[in-house]
Ligand binder design. Structure first.
Ligand SMILES: *Cc1c(COP(=O)(O)O)cnc(C)c1O
Length: 398
C-alpha cells in the first residue's frame, strides 16, 4: 500500500481544517487560522455564510439535480440576473473555471464558423496567463510546465509576450478568431493589465471582427470592488468566463456572451451533465443576493484600499523582504524578495493563510466580507512573519 491513495499531483501542506466561519478556519485540534485566501478567491462570502447555508439546505431538501434535457427555470433566474448586471445576453453554466473557458473558446470559434469564416479559430493569448488545466486551457495558458508530457499541444493559441500593442497586431492573422486575456492576471502574480491596453484590444477586435474574451474566473464576482473587473476598467468584452467566487464555495462556473458572440452555440453544439444543477443555482443566487445589496461592492473597494495601504506600510518597514503591493480591491499581490513558498510558510507559522503566485508574489484574496479588525490582524501577522523570517535567517547565518 502507498502512503496516500490520492494522485500526488498537489504539493499539500500538512494542515487539515474541520470548520470555517467567515475568514476563520479551525483544525480538528481547535487551532484557528486567519484565512486571507478564501480557497483561492472562491469563498467570496467567507466560510459558511448563513444566507448560503440556508439557501443550500433549503434546496437540498427539495431537489438536487435533474437534467439539462428539462426546462430550467432555476438556471433562467440566475442567468437573468447575470445578464442584467453585465454586458451579456446569454449564459452557459459549468462546474469550474476551465469548463467556463472551454465554453468561451468554443463560443469564439463557433461565432466565426457561423459568420462564414470557418478558417478563423485561433486565439491570441498572453504570457503569464492561467486559464485552467484541461488540454485546451493549458495550451491557452501556454506555460511549459503544465503542458510538458501531455502529448500534442491543442492547436490554436498564439501567445504574446507582454501587454504590447505591436506584438498583438503581429500575432493577428487570417485564422484569428479572438483575443483571450485576464483583466488582472491571477496565478501569473496579480498583474493588472493597463486599462489603455484593454481598450486597445477592444478596438482591434472591432476592427478585425474578433471576439474579445475576458477570463474573469479569479478577478470577477466582486473581487475588484466591481461585480465584474471589466466594469472597473470600462472595457467591455464579447465573451466572459466566470467561476471561483460565483458559487461562494459551491462548484459553479459560467460563460457569458453577447447575443452576437453566442450566435454559433445552437442546439446540440455544447452540453454538460452537471452544469447548472439546482444546488449550484441556489448557491449562485444566494451569492448574488448578498453581493447586490446596496453598499456591498463599495465596502469591498474600501476594504481593499485599506488592506493595500497597510500592506504598503509593511513593505516600507521591511524592504529587505518585500518589494511592492499591487492589485485591485481584494485581489492583492505582495511581491517578495524570497520565494513565495518560504513566505507562505512563514505566514502560515503565524496562522495566516495566503497563497503564492508567479515567481515572487503572495496573494491576499480574502472573503469579500472581511472586517477592518480582520484586515488589521492579517497585516500584523504579515509583519510578524517578516520579522520572524529575518530573525531565523540571522540566526542561521551566525
Ligand atoms: C482558477 C482559474 C481558472 C481555472 O479554474 P478551475 O475552476 O480551477 O478550472 C481559470 N482562469 C483563471 C484566471 C483562474 O484563476
Amino acid at each position: 500500500m502507498t502512503e496516500t491513495a490520492l494522485y500526488p499531483s498537489f504539493s499539500r501542506a500538512d494542515l487539515a481544517f474541520e470548520r470555517g466561519e467567515g475568514v476563520w478556519l479551525t483544525t480538528a485540534s481547535g487551532e484557528r487560522y486567519l484565512d486571507m485566501m478564501a480557497g483561492i478567491a472562491v469563498n467570496a462570502l467567507g466560510h459558511c455564510h448563513p444566507h448560503l447555508v440556508a439557501a443550500l439546505t433549503e434546496q437540498a431538501e427539495k431537489l438536487w439535480h435533474v437534467s439539462n434535457i428539462f426546462a430550467a427555470p432555476h438556471q433562467e433566474k440566475l442567468a437573468r440576473r447575470l445578464v442584467e448586471t453585465s454586458f451579456a445576453d446569454r449564459v452557459f453554466f459549468t462546474n469550474s473555471g476551465a469548463e467556463a473557458l472551454e465554453c468561451a473558446i468554443k463560443t469564439a470559434r463557433r461565432r466565426q464558423f457561423v459568420e462564414g469564416r470557418p478558417e478563423r479559430y485561433r486565439l491570441v493569448t498572453f504570457e503569464g496567463a492561467f486559464h485552467g488545466r484541461t488540454l485546451a486551457t493549458i495550451a491557452a495558458g501556454g506555460q511549459e510546465k503544465y503542458i510538458e508530457g501531455f502529448g500534442p499541444k491543442v492547436e490554436g493559441f498564439d501567445k504574446v509576450d507582454g501587454f504590447d500593442e505591436a506584438k498583438v497586431r503581429a500575432a493577428i492573422g487570417p485564422e484569428t478568431a479572438g483575443i483571450l486575456i485576464e483583466p488582472i492576471q491571477g496565478e501569473g502574480g496579480v498583474r493588472p493589465v493597463p486599462p489603455a491596453f484593454l481598450a486597445f484590444l477592444r478596438r482591434v477586435c472591432d476592427e478585425e471582427g474578433l471576439s474579445l474574451v475576458f477570463d474573469e474566473v479569479q478577478c470577477g464576482m466582486g473581487r475588484t470592488g466591481h461585480l465584474w473587473a471589466y466594469q472597473g476598467v470600462g472595457v467591455t468584452p464579447d465573451i466572459l468566463a466566470s467561476a471561483k467566487g460565483i458559487g461562494g464555495g459551491f462548484p459553479l462556473g459560467a460563460c457569458l456572451a453577447t447575443e452576437a458572440a453566442a450566435a454559433g452555440m445552437t442546439p446540440g453544439t455544447h452540453g454538460s451533465t452537471f452544469g447548472g444543477s439546482l444546488l449550484a443555482m441556489a448557491a449562485g443566487n444566494a451569492v448574488l443576493d448578498v453581493m447586490l445589496e446596496p453598499g456591498f461592492l463599495e465596502r469591498v473597494r474600501e476594504a481593499g484600499l485599506k488592506l493595500k495601504q497597510k500592506l504598503a506600510a509593511v513593505v516600507d518597514l521591511h524592504p529587505e523582504v518585500f518589494q511592492e503591493v499591487r492589485g485591485e480591491g481584494l485581489m492583492l499581490g505582495l511581491k517578495c524578495r524570497r520565494p513565495p513558498a518560504a513566505m507562505v510558510a512563514a505566514m502560515r507559522d503565524q496562522h495566516l493563510l495566503v497563497v503564492g503566485a508567479g515567481d515572487d508574489v503572495v496573494r491576499f484574496l480574502p472573503a469579500l466580507v472581511v472586517s477592518d479588525a480582520e484586515i488589521d490582524e492579517a497585516v500584523a501577522r504579515t509583519e510578524a512573519a517578516a520579522r520572524t523570517l529575518l530573525q531565523a535567517e540571522k540566526e542561521a547565518a551566525a
